[in-house]
Design a protein around this ligand. Sequence first.
Ligand code: PEP
Ligand code: MG
Length: 759
Amino acid sequence: MLETLRKIVQEVSAAPDLDTVLDLIVRRIQRAMRTQMCSVYLFDAKKQRYTLMATQGLNKESVGKVSLSPSEGIVGLVGARAEPINLEDAASHPAFIYLQGTGEERFHSFLGVPIIHQRDVLGVLVVQQKERRRFDENEEAFLVTVSAQLAGVIAHAEATGSIHMVSENHQTILESRFEGVPAASGVAIGSGVVKTPPADLSAVPDRPAGDIEAEIRQFNRALAAVRRDIRVVGRSLSKRLRHEEQALFDVYLRMLEDNALAGEVVERIRRGNWAQGALRDVVKAHVREFNAMEDPYLRERATDIRDLGRRVLAYMQEAAPSQIEYPDNTILVADELTPAMLGEVPTDKLAGLVSVHGSGNSHAAILARSMGIPTVMGLVDLPYTQLEGRTLILDGYSGRVYVNPSDEVQAAYQEIVREDQEVAAGLEQLRDKPAETSDGFRMPLWVNTGLIADVERSLERGAEGIGLYRTEIPFMVRDFFPSEQEQMQTYRAQLAAFSPRPVTMRTLDIGGDKALPYFPIKEENPFLGWRGIRVTLDHPEIFLVQVRAMLRAAEGLDNLRIMLPMVTSVHEVDEANRMIDRAVRELREEGMITERPPVGVMVEVPAAVYQVRRFARRVDFISVGSNDLTQYLLAVDRNNPRVAGLYAPYHPSVLRALEYIAQEAHKENVPVSICGEMAADPGGAILLMAMGYDVLSMNATNLPKVKSAIRGISYARASELLDQIRKMDDAEEIHLLLRSTLQELGLGQLTRPSIPDGT
Ligand code: PEP
Ligand code: MG
């Protein structure tokens, strides 16, 4: 059964559109279960009806015509209960209603299972037999398993279909909406530019051919290059291969001939598709055919075709390196947004960012926030390759993306953009005012930086220091480790711009979701793997060069602080301290006048929470990395959109840990700051102030909002709020209380604005 299941899923996943997906599902399930009928009903949320979408066994004319409301029939009941219903005789069930014209009267036994994707019932799968009998346990288990596995494929095909209708019929521009995870607040209205990984056929976007003959020429050149490569490989292996094995290369070459793959691609280009898109479609169609074959040898040919396709694509992409024209208000769309991609679009053109993978605390999201670019991530059902040139609205408050939005939705969002601009203009007035509560408590507000552009924005917004400079960011946008001299220059720019204000430089924090292209770390479980200080202690040459560069950069400025990430045990702090001492000693021996800078540790793993006092005795400051601390305390991957709803910075356990850390650090008279994203939330900042944090460090974008919140409340009121929250059990309730408190204080504009109804 497992093999049957695998084949069904594979075949269905490769189907080009929703109709084919559903048709394959009913045919394959009917065959696999040897039933007389298999049908699928899909739920239309707007119409509130289940419609028969495909069938084997009922009258085909009923497809698309027969439908039921959720309170009708056994199909409605399966959907409402969201569980399987298995009956010996459907007609004798009280919920049964007869669907005229379908021919269902021939069948008695009934097994229906819901199709559920991300908690939503998408539809119902039904099998029936003429015979009166209950389907057995294995049959029920099989149908439940197929349904669970196919739900994602159906959701994806539905989403793709809704966008396709637009391209095929320009008269009816249909709006589609996708739900993701909010990653950087704000609204962007603009057009999609799709960023694809190289040589990935499935990521080739739809695009019309500009000059058809030029597209064909480009394809033929790539084809000739691949033929040449295959011949060269064939010849070089000729002595080591048997004759029959050598024949494989001839098979390969034949696949590329004009009357095979090549001819079909050219034909598609002539019909108006650009060469890469035509290649993608032809390869996909062949892969589908081969995958469906019974013969394992022939099935394997799918791999060959895919490989050939990739090779041809790689040559085409090389010949036409993507000279992307970025329109005004570009919304960059990617499968997986990386920090490096953010730098590729000219800042004056970049309006928003959209990513299929990742979540609100992925590092790309953190950077987007610090650049103030509205971003939505984790749009797992988004057919992203089809968004090139489409009008998009991105709502970074709710995590929604609209494709081809209607005029009403556009107007509603334009209003939000206008309101946001008004709020921003009001906040600008606060630049030179202190972050002081109404009863006179001063709360130092610092910034988190990584890009050189952050410095100017931070100073403009009145930051009093840098609480976290993510040094890995300049490491990421390069092809190899920067030299000590280069690092020194980069760090000097940050230190000099901020002098005499303090600048906290974190030593290299790679691993997890932060990869260096030239130092790949491949691990099953990277967030529990070789990360942060663990990497740099294993590579003293990298650590020492970095610390030396920092110390040299600070010469004469003396505003450097060094911070160690991902620390779990005191011996890591001792070792790092020894290396920092050594770097200071070496530089003094080389004639430099250098003081040992203050050194601090980040508390971002649960083990560190319980050792704060021990750490505090060894360092000059403590800084909490609440992004990682939240992920490790709650066991929720900060990058995974599936569990984004569980990533709750206001979880009572997280708040308890944060308060405990501040108390413990103060017992040793060591100052404690926070540099996780929680400090950037106006409500979070008020709580952290009440907990006793000495410094709040955040992205420059949110600093004015946080300042406004601090100035709008008294320290006494913030302490009362904390008291109240300490007694609460639930993260969502705490979040709501924070929001309503801000509203009461007349600070409602600092929280998410209302989203238009009915959109
Ligand atoms: C944190 O984990 O809270 C933190 C500030 O570090 P990063 O987000 O870079 O992991
Ligand atoms: Mg961290």
